[in-house]
Design a protein around this ligand. Structure first.
Ligand SMILES: [Zn+2]
Length: 701
């Protein structure tokens, strides 16, 4: 099934460094043996997403997403397994020679991949037209040159031009063998409908006679286009954008982020501008850490994207008053997202693009440096000036500023801002604090389970005011989704518990104890089948410790296979994994958890990831039972013996149950004696196994 040969797949997986790959998407910080970041898959402020480089796995303690490096790319990109491998191959410059595929075969891979592929085709087509066609050269390229953009910038951002024709793209795509369906799905062609809204069967290109700005996602794939017309026609929108599609979600994309992300990380600040041309001009002028929200108002998703790379944002406002007032709200959202926000205001009538072209790169950079100010200070000054002589307006303005202050996550900063505001408005600080506390208490308190607990607290006059107020952040619309499990406040604790392995010892329960994987407990309410639990444990040891020696010259894998034989497991997936491991051993290799966690099959990937990361939790019913703890890393033989004996014991107990059940039904005497004999034998076996388990546990204790 794989179109990439297995050896190459293994090579890609072994070359890919999970820290580097994940680091392209989030800002990882080392704590203990793992690295931590705010989760790229759910909204949060304090990091509960971790990467374990030694095991080459990631896991989020908030939303539960976990896996290896390939799974990460699949999750973050929403692509198929093969596409994720190709992404990694490209990153590590590994040549992937695939079988020749027709465009049609490529498209069949999956819906999203197909839309990526046609978008990529369109991008290349438009780019070629810009630089090679007469119309593209004279109109499109002419315009970009006039705006001061050079060829290198045009190439970096893959700018293009769409011919002034109804079907140029459609024809080109058809000729190359692509299905119209996907052009339509990604918004590149439009269906003409009649008055009743019925499909007329006619199709035409959406973008005609426009300069094309491809919009990339963070891994550099084109998801949509912005397009500017060069015609002077008042009826025509100057900018036209791709519609939302399976691959293009406007609220989760920032223009220029793909080209800016490394610079944002190294400069430790992200500049936020409004238009495509602002991004392009600044980038060309050497300010590469710049992105645009491309016209739409800023969304939480976009803020989360920025936060992956830096905690600092500087908003570059166009120098007109109306524009500034309109963007104040979006800027509040940045504060709420836990970012440190600064502001640069350009002289009236200038935007970042026009200003850099006017004053040049160096003076522009100096200007940003010199005139950036803290957002709250900026806002306070702005609204104070406007309301200076009107008491009613002034009260409103103060409340407005207090709202913003409440969104600052840092308590000390809030304190400083309150002092500053009191000075700017000439209002007694105590009065302001009283007002602030009223405001913070106003909205219904959020459930205490909501995270991001670093939010605004009340300010009181003395020690008595310890109650925590929540900021009126419900203005952001919906409450944050509650994660499946609350993230741990202390990452190190979580790390020790979840990844186990080297330092942590593993709890081994006394015979008969019920225990269950923490994750499964949330998902199915049925008590876990003891047999399944024990089979899983055997498989876990086999997969995680295969090559370790139980005694001289005998590996865990050989030992377990020797003890349990060919098909000891009843659960289908476990049995299949067992057989895979057995085949590896027969071929003189050990199963490798790092590779298995990257397997093409999702069920195998998930199982191995779970085995490598989960912690078993004791069911409350068994709290009183004795728990034996020993270190399986140091004592693999004991761990194996324990697991094998327990599995055998469960089998015996099941047989016992069957016998006992049969006794409840009417029986012939002979039959009954036979069953009683079986029961006696099974009970003896059970006791024997129990005694053996006892010695194993005693040795390990
Ligand atoms: Zn998460």
């Amino acid at each position: 099934m794989a179109r990439i040969p297995k050896e190459l797949v293994d090579h890609i997986i072994q070359t890919a460094d999970i820290v580097e790959v994940v680091g392209d998407f989030v800002q990882l910080k080392r704590k203990g043996q793992n690295l931590w970041a705010p989760c790229p898959f759910h909204n949060e402020k304090s990091p509960s997403f971790s990467v374990n480089p030694a095991k080459s796995l990631y896991k989020c303690f908030g939303c539960g997403k976990a896996g290896g490096v390939v799974q990460f790319v699949m999750d973050v990109e929403g692509t198929s397994y093969v596409e994720a491998l190709k992404y990694l191959a490209k990153k590590y410059a590994i040549e992937v020679e695939e079988e020749e595929k027709t465009p049609q075969q490529q498209l069949e891979q999956n819906e999203r991949d197909s839309q990526f592929i046609v978008s990529d085709f369109a991008k290349n087509h438009y780019h070629r037209l810009l630089l090679n066609s007469e119309e593209g050269m004279s109109i499109g390229y002419g315009y970009l040159k006039e705006r001061g953009l050079n060829l290198s910038t045009i190439q970096t951002f893959e700018l293009g031009y769409s011919l002034d024709s109804w079907d140029d793209l459609m024809k080109a795509a058809e000729k190359a063998g692509y299905d119209k369906k996907y052009l339509e799905k990604s918004g590149l062609i439009v269906t003409k409908t009649d008055d009743q809204g019925h499909d007329t069967g006619r199709r035409y290109d959406r973008f005609r006679g426009r300069v094309m700005f491809p919009i990339h996602n963070i891994s550099g794939r084109v998801v949509g286009f912005g397009a500017r017309t060069l015609k002077r026609d008042d009826k025509m929108a100057k900018y036209l954008n791709s519609p939302e599609s399976d691959i293009y979600h406007k609220s989760d994309v920032l223009y220029g982020l793909f080209q800016a992300r490394q610079a944002i990380r190294t400069e430790e600040v992200c500049y936020l501008v409004e238009g495509y041309l602002d991004v392009l001009s600044l980038h060309q002028g050497g300010i590469k850490n710049v992105v645009a929200s491309s016209g739409t108002s800023l969304t939480e998703g976009q803020i989360r994207l920025i936060k992956r790379y830096s905690d600092n944002v500087t908003v570059l406002y166009d120098g007109d008053a109306a524009g500034i007032k309109a963007s104040l709200r979006g800027t509040d959202l940045l504060l709420e997202g836990g970012l440190n926000v600064r502001v640069v205001l350009f002289p009236d009538g200038d935007d970042p693009d026009s200003y850099i072209r006017k004053v040049g790169d160096q003076r522009f950079a100096d200007y940003i440096e010199k005139s950036s100010q803290d957002f709250i200070t900026f806002k306070t000054t702005l609204v104070a000036r406007e309301a200076s002589n009107d008491p009613v307006k002034k009260a409103e303005a103060i409340r407005d500023v207090l709202h913003s202050i409440a969104k600052v996550p840092d308590a000390i900063k809030r304190q400083v801002f309150l002092q500053q505001t009191s000075a700017t408005f000439g209002i007694d600080e105590q009065v302001l604090i009283t007002e602030y506390n009223k405001l913070v208490k106003a909205p219904a308190a959020k459930p205490s389970g909501s995270y991001g607990s670093g939010n605004a607290g009340n300010y009181g006059n003395g020690a008595g005011s310890a109650n925590t107020g929540y900021p009126p952040s419900s203005s952001s619309g919906q409450p944050r989704p509650a994660p499946a499990a609350r993230p741990m406040s202390d990452e190190e604790e979580a790390e020790m518990l979840m990844y186990g392995g080297h330092e942590a010892s593993v709890e081994v329960l006394g015979a008969g104890a019920t225990f269950q994987p923490a994750k499964a407990a949330e998902q199915d309410e049925d008590l876990p089948d003891m047999l399944k639990v024990c089979e899983r444990e055997v498989l876990r040891l086999l997969v995680l410790y295969a090559g370790r020696e139980v005694e001289e010259e005998i590996s865990v894998a050989a030992y377990l296979l020797g003890q349990l034989g060919e098909t000891p497991l009843t659960h289908p997936l476990f049995a299949e994994m067992w057989e895979m491991c057995r085949q590896e051993l027969l071929a003189n290799r050990f199963p490798d958890a790092r590779l298995l966690a990257q397997n093409e099959r999702a069920d195998i990937r998930h199982l191995i990831t779970d085995l490598a990361t989960e912690r078993y939790e004791i069911s409350p019913n068994w709290r009183t039972k004795e728990i034996y703890v020993f270190n399986e890393v140091d004592m693999p033989k004991l761990a194996c013996d324990n697991a094998v004996l327990r599995l055998n014991k469960v089998h015996v107990q099941r047989e016992l149950d069957i016998c006992l059940d049969r006794l409840r039904h009417p029986l012939e005497d002979a039959e009954m004696f036979e069953i009683l004999g079986d029961i006696k034998r099974l009970k003896e076996l059970d006791n024997e196994l129990g005694a053996l388990l006892g010695t194993v546990v005693a040795r390990g204790a």
